[in-house]
Ligand binder design. Structure first.
Ligand code: ZN
Length: 259
């Protein structure tokens, strides 16, 4: 096995394990439960889950998606979240060479993955994730030598969304984005620097608008559903993380064609 194949497989397996931890965070953080005590237990019958029933993906498959004790159906979220992070981490290991940047990408993708799921389920983006995320992003940027861009990115990210939300409230009398969205954009600014903000905002609002319209069409347009914005920000962040250079080259090319 070559070094890169080894890294890819290890990152994929680690991703499954951290996906299992992500499940704990997604379930417990919005409920303000401790993430350490008590140990894993069935949310239905409260029976503690043995280690062999807690192996990412495999246990869920062996148990055919049911609790061993009370037979209640275990949410599809558990295996999906684990397999998803495993694939994301394998993709990152394939994309990035074995450098500190890969470590940054793994941490960032983990945070974005957990935040997206919590936002989808509860409409929240907890501070206990975004604040450490901002701090880690600034720290990494300092280490990589673009601390100043990161500080401006974090501040500008928060300020831009705050301003848009104020304007939206003034014009429509409704709350658009939540505080959590300001902090999530600040976190992306801290990781990437302010240069990423225009494209991240454009991509997330564009994809969000398309998916949101389709959803409203399908669900009937009378509903004024709160559509969580966090997952789109996270997706745009991942696009920037993976294809920043290609995107910037493409934009420069288009400008070259226009002028
Ligand atoms: Zn049970």
């Amino acid at each position: 096995m070559s070094i890169s194949a080894f890294t890819l497989v290890s990152c994929g397996l680690l991703g499954l394990l951290f996906g299992s931890f992500a499940n704990v965070l997604v379930y417990r953080l919005p409920r303000r439960e401790s993430i350490v005590f008590p140990g894993s237990h069935c949310p239905s019958c409260a029976h503690p889950i043995a280690w062999y029933d807690n192996i990412p993906l495999l246990s869920w498959l062996c148990l055919r998606g049911r609790c061993r004790h009370c037979n209640v159906v275990i949410s599809m979220r558990y295996p999906l979240l684990e397999a998803g992070l495993g694939m994301i981490w394998a993709l990152l290991a394939w994309h990035f060479p074995l450098t500190p940047e890969l470590g940054m990408a793994l941490v960032l993708s983990f945070l974005l993955w957990v935040l997206s799921w919590i936002d989808l389920e509860t409409g929240l983006l907890p501070n206990v994730l975004t604040f450490p995320g901002i701090a880690f992003g600034l720290l990494f940027s300092a280490f990589a030598g673009h601390f100043q861009d990161a500080v401006i990115g974090a501040a500008a990210g928060y300020a831009v969304f705050w301003l848009i939300a104020r304007l939206f409230l003034l014009l429509t009398g409704r709350q658009g984005m939540g505080q959590g969205d300001f902090k999530l954009l600040a976190m992306l600014g801290a990781f990437f620097g302010w240069q990423a903000l225009p494209l991240v905002i454009f991509l997330s609002s564009f994809v969000g608008a398309v998916v949101g319209s389709l959803y409203l069409l399908a669900a009937g347009r009378s509903v004024r559903t709160e559509i969580p914005y966090g997952p789109y920000l996270a997706l745009a962040g991942m696009v920037w993380l993976l294809w920043r250079d290609a995107l910037l080259a493409w934009i420069a090319n288009m400008q070259g064609g226009l002028f």
